[in-house]
Each structure stands twice: as structure tokens, then as C-alpha cells.
Design a protein around this ligand. Structure first.
Ligand code: NDP
Ligand code: HEM
Length: 504
């Protein structure tokens, strides 16, 4: 039998006991000097870090990416440099609105975060399971999220707030249609696609830029739960996704996705009838076909959830040479927001933690000291702590400079409001009328009506007016389901009724 290790304090001092406090007499009060007990209680008080302000409930796996097709004409990123090349990965999928203990099978958009530990630093693809989003200007993001979280008085989720916001924000109808369609409650993360959603860029060794969209298509097929089935599942287990992923990996049935890109030239981007940097729009497959790139396989349950999944910091500004941003103003705002959130949620040196530290690229920077600076970074010469220096400290590599971006010479700095127009309804109309079949439309009507049932008449009418602009049958179908009450269970998790009466 192997000898058990000795239990110690966090400074390495052996513990005399792990169950008996030091007291004055058998019945007496505690002694202050029982620092073993103090340490134990103090650590317990510090076990939680703040949950993510959004996407708090999540599930993670580790795995790898393998290149299957040559895309070097689009990108110089070394992870794509040759067919067969593999890159280590960490994934985290999530729901958006629920807290860290929320049930898994709730109707919500799912986050789809992938970290690729490349030899040129980490590339984070922080997407969703939908190709579009509710808003297209970051100014609206905090308000949108507020409608998804709890009401300040009732402390319940508020369908009234959700539909009130969406009705005043008609470009959201594309995303809301997907949310209320079958894809709104995936059976598990393995049974859904991932999308980078934003337009990104790729640039090649010759310095040529293309705009791209990322699509991760599931090999497991799209499977989803109806509202009634989801309610039944939640009644049995709140952790259905963790269970499903755990069972798949334990059985060697590793979930896989194929990565495709859509590509648009800079010239084409000036001609599209829609703004290709508008996050409420997709690029039609017919015009911008999917180009296969490689395969993601997730084959390992992380040894420690807190260390690798809760501490994971996915950040859209983690890109590598050969991948870049686009003018999408939502993406631009995300480039600020995530590192700010991580410094608050995890701490100054969050990037040195095991989940976030590059595994396959050196880290050489001049950031100094600070709370929890537990690692050295003196490049072998303590004199090299500023730049420029003559002590062989790290220097920048101009060869990774992105190609310059041509901006419209007429561009003026202003706050451009994109007025609502039919262009916002074209794509949800195509989804409703051409992609979904009769049964899917029928379920969409009922899911939407279930979600809307508790809201006030004025909000209902304003939202129905938006649906009518998408397609008259859409409005008629939802109205009928509302009027007949033929919509099964409400599709949103906990409902309050109408807005609170507020005294003058
Ligand atoms: P296509 O017929 O080529 O594409 C339709 C796509 O719709 C499918 O490939 C599938 O995307 C997706 N889809 C199927 N069922 C659902 C659902 N319940 N919820 C959300 N998406 C679904 O036509 P277009 O490319 O011209 O697009 C038509 C409409 O399809 C768009 O306006 C958009 O609403 C929707 N769509 C388009 C996507 C795109 O990138 N072009 C991606 C997803 C949706 P997938 O193959 O990614 O599973
Ligand atoms: C998480 C901000 C839009 C996908 C987060 C977090 C913040 C944030 C602060 C928490 C980060 C953390 O603590 O680790 C924003 C802002 C947005 C925006 C300001 C708009 C301006 C989007 C969009 C997508 C998205 C459009 C998808 C296309 C995600 C995902 C996570 C996340 C997947 C969870 C990451 C993880 O798994 O740890 N967002 N977000 N967000 N966001 Fe966003």
C-alpha cells in the first residue's frame, strides 16, 4: 500500500489534526493561536471568484485541432501552415443569461469558446451557437444583457423586459427567431454548431487581407429539446450537459466539429447589399460558400474544473499573426471589454494561469510586478527591465505587422445610427420562409408565443408588428398561438407577469 502524503498547512507545516480545534479545556472556547483552523476557514471564505457577468454557466473539454485543407493563400498563421498539423485546444460552452448554478437545458443562446494554444500565442475564438447577434452596436449590449438578467424588484427573469427591448430593437428579430426555433435548446454542446459570428480577417504571407467568417459544424448532428422535454429534463437533472459530455468522452465517443471559413475580398465588401460588418447579418452560403479548413476533436475532461474552466479567460483580442479583426463595431468593443473583465474577475496576472498561459509559445514582456506576480520574467538578464536596452531584452518583430487597412477617404468621425429598414428583415425572412419547413415554423410560433404569453398587451402588439415585417405568416402564426393558448409551456425559465405598478 502506498504511504499517504502528510497533510500540511499552505506553508508546508505538517497538520497535527484536521478535525479537532484547539480549545481552553474540553468544553472551552477556541484559542486564537489555532492558525490551522484560521487558515482553513479563511481559505473557505475565498473559494469563489466572481462569476462571469454573462455566460456564467459553462462546460469545458480539452482536445485538438487538425488541419485538413490548405488555406495558406488566406492566412500566414502557423497553425494552418500544413495539412495534418495539430494544435492543442481548450473549449468552453455556456449559456448567456443564467447564473453559475443555472440549469443546462434552458432556452438561451449558447457560447462557443475555443482556445487554440498555437506556437505564435493563443488564438481565442469566442463565438456563439448562432451566426448573428441581438444588437449591432456595443452601446446597446449592457441594456440587452440587463433584460436577460433579473428584475431589480422581483429578482425574477422578466419576459416583459426581453420583448419590450426587442420590440424597440427590430434588428434583433433575426437572432430572436433562431433563439425561438428548434435550435434554441440544443440537446448538448456536442449537438450544435459554433460560429465566430463577427466578420474577422485573415492575411497571408504576401500581406493580402480577406474578410472571413468562421463556422464550426457539428459531426453529431443538430439535436434539440422541445420546451416540454427541457422542463422534464431540468426536473430530473440541472447538469444534463455536463453528464452528456462526460459520458461521451468516457465512452471514447469524442465530439467533433469541422471548421469552415467563408471568404470575402475587400472589394466585394464594398458592394454587398448589406453591411458585411453588421453582426445581425449572415453571409449567404450561395454567394460565399463554405471552405473546409480542419477538424476539432474534444477528447479530454479537464482534471480540475476550477483550474481550467472557471479560470479560463477567453478573449477576442487573442489573435495570432495571420488572423485579424474587422471594422465590426461590436467586435471592436469586445476587444476592450474581455481583458478588463478578466482583470476584475480573475486578477492582474490571469494570463499566467495554466488555462490561459500559452503552452506552445514563449512569453516575453516588460509588464512588471503587481498582485500575485509569482513568476519571473527577466529573460536571463535582470538589467533588461525597460526598453530600449543593450542587454538583449526582447524586441518587437515588425514582420507580424498587419497589412494596412484602407479607410474610406470620405470617412468622418460621428455617431452613425443605422436606421431600421427592410434590409433587417430580408435574412430572417429567408430563414422563416425558405429554410424552415412547416413543422419547424409551427414550433417556432408556439415557442415564441410561450415566451410572450406573460407580457403586456402593448409589448405583444409592438413585437407582433416586427414579426409582420418579417413575414405576415410569422405574425399570424404567433398571434394564433397566443390567442388559442396552444403554445405548451412558457419557453422562458421563470416568468413574472406584467411590469410593476410604480406609484407617481
Ligand atoms: P442556405 O439555405 O444555404 O442556409 C440556410 C442555413 O440555415 C443552413 O445551412 C443552416 O445553417 C441554417 N439553419 C437551418 N435551420 C436553422 C434554424 N432552425 N435556426 C438557424 N439556422 C438554421 O441559405 P443562406 O445562406 O442564404 O441563408 C438563409 C438564411 O439561413 C439566413 O438568412 C439565415 O437566417 C440562416 N442561416 C444562414 C447561415 C449562413 O451562414 N449563411 C448560417 C445559419 C443560418 P448551418 O449550415 O450553419 O447549420
Ligand atoms: C463572455 C462582454 C458580445 C460571446 C463575456 C464576458 C464579457 C463579455 C465581459 C465575460 C468574460 C469573462 O469574465 O471571462 C461582451 C460585450 C459584447 C459581447 C461587451 C458586445 C459589445 C458577445 C458576442 C458573442 C459573445 C457578440 C458571440 C458572438 C461570449 C462568450 C463568452 C462571453 C462565448 C463566454 C466566454 C467563456 O466561455 O469564458 N462577454 N460580449 N459576446 N461572451 Fe461576450
Amino acid at each position: 500500500m502506498t504511504k499517504k502524503p502528510t497533510l500540511t498547512s499552505s506553508s508546508g507545516k505538517p497538520y497535527p489534526t484536521n478535525e479537532t480545534s484547539q480549545t481552553a479545556g474540553a468544553r472551552g472556547p477556541l484559542l486564537m493561536e489555532d492558525h490551522y483552523l484560521m487558515e482553513k476557514l479563511a481559505h473557505q471564505n475565498r473559494e469563489r471568484i466572481p462569476e462571469r457577468v454573462v455566460h456564467a454557466k459553462g462546460w469545458g473539454l480539452q482536445g485538438k485541432f487538425r488541419v485538413t485543407h490548405d488555406v495558406t493563400k488566406y492566412t500566414r498563421a502557423k497553425m494552418f501552415s500544413e495539412i495534418g498539423k495539430e494544435t492543442e485546444m481548450l473549449s468552453r460552452w455556456s449559456t448567456v443569461a443564467g447564473e453559475r448554478g443555472a440549469a443546462d437545458a434552458e432556452r438561451d443562446v449558447r457560447g462557443f469558446s475555443l482556445k487554440f494554444y498555437t506556437e505564435e500565442g493563443n488564438w481565442d475564438m469566442v463565438g456563439n451557437n448562432t451566426p448573428v447577434f441581438f444588437v449591432r452596436d456595443a452601446f446597446k449590449f449592457p441594456d440587452f444583457i440587463r433584460t436577460q438578467k433579473r428584475h431589480p424588484k422581483t429578482n425574477m427573469r422578466s419576459p416583459e423586459a426581453m420583448f419590450d427591448f426587442w420590440a424597440g430593437q427590430p434588428e434583433s428579430v433575426h437572432q430572436v427567431t433562431i433563439l425561438m426555433s428548434d435550435r434554441g435548446i440544443p440537446r448538448s454542446p456536442a449537438h450544435m454548431n459554433g460560429y465566430g459570428s463577427h466578420t474577422f480577417s485573415m492575411w497571408n504571407a504576401a500581406g493580402e487581407r480577406h474578410w472571413v467568417k468562421f463556422h464550426f459544424r457539428t459531426h453529431q448532428g443538430h439535436e434539440w429539446y422541445s420546451d416540454a422535454k427541457a422542463a422534464e429534463i431540468i426536473g430530473q437533472t440541472r447538469e444534463s450537459y455536463s453528464e452528456e459530455l462526460w459520458n461521451m468522452v468516457e465512452a471514447g465517443n469524442f465530439p467533433k466539429w469541422t471548421l469552415f471559413i467563408q471568404v470575402m475580398t475587400e472589394e466585394e465588401a464594398m458592394e454587398t447589399p448589406f453591411n458585411p460588418f453588421d453582426l445581425t447579418k449572415v453571409w449567404p452560403h450561395g454567394d460565399y460558400p463554405l471552405i473546409e479548413v480542419g477538424e476539432v476533436t474534444m477528447d479530454t475532461v479537464p482534471e480540475n474544473y476550477f483550474q481550467l474552466v472557471e479560470n479560463a479567460a477567453f478573449n477576442p483580442n487573442n489573435i495570432v499573426p495571420g488572423i485579424g479583426f474587422s471594422p465590426d463595431k461590436m467586435l471592436q468593443a469586445r476587444v476592450f471589454s474581455y481583458a478588463d473583465a478578466h482583470r476584475y474577475r480573475i486578477g492582474t496576472h490571469y494570463e499566467a494561469l495554466p488555462a490561459n498561459a500559452p503552452k506552445n509559445a514563449p512569453v516575453n514582456h516588460y509588464h512588471k510586478d503587481g498582485s500575485m506576480r509569482f513568476f519571473t520574467n527577466d529573460f536571463g538578464n535582470p538589467n533588461a527591465y525597460y526598453e530600449p536596452n543593450q542587454y538583449d531584452g526582447p524586441v518587437a518583430d515588425e514582420s507580424v505587422t498587419e497589412p494596412p487597412l484602407r479607410i474610406d477617404p470620405e470617412a468622418v468621425a460621428a455617431r452613425f445610427k443605422q436606421e431600421e429598414s427592410d434590409i433587417d428583415y430580408v435574412q430572417p425572412r429567408a430563414l422563416y420562409a425558405e429554410v424552415l419547413n412547416n413543422d419547424e415554423r409551427d414550433r417556432l410560433h408556439k415557442n415564441m408565443a410561450g415566451g410572450m404569453a406573460p407580457v403586456s398587451d402593448s409589448v405583444k402588439e409592438r413585437w407582433l408588428a416586427v414579426l409582420k415585417k418579417v413575414h405576415p405568416d410569422y405574425e399570424a402564426g404567433v398571434r394564433q398561438a397566443l390567442e388559442t393558448g396552444n403554445h405548451g409551456d412558457p419557453s422562458l425559465p421563470v416568468t413574472d407577469d406584467t411590469p410593476l405598478e410604480v406609484a407617481d
